[in-house]
Design a protein around this ligand. Sequence first.
Ligand code: MN
Length: 130
Amino acid sequence: MANRILYVEDNPQNMRLVRKFLNMAGYEMLEAVDGLSGLDMASKEEPDLILMDINLPDIDGLEATIRLKAQPQLTHIPVVALTANAMHGDKERCLAAGCDGYIPKPVNRNELLSTVENLLAQCIPNNGTK
Ligand code: MN
């Protein structure tokens, strides 16, 4: 079964680009356009990995990640922060919020796929059924 990746992103162009990269690599992509619907979808779908935009219209991606990681049934899901703010200390802030990886925008296809692949390979399933 294909790994399912949730992308929380409010920018349609980024959504389209990442969807293309992930679909071509054989992943199934779930989509949410803001932080709260992303949290909702994460609980409902329990994806294998989450790509998290940081600048979102409601709660930001850091807050969304903190809330995700606080839920015992979701805490094992790797979260990768995607951000255009290539500011000093940005990566550290994402990791401090509980993100497992960090990709600066614009998203580079090889960087995205290798980050996703590495995290999925390290990931210990929370049960034996999938
Ligand atoms: Mn955004």
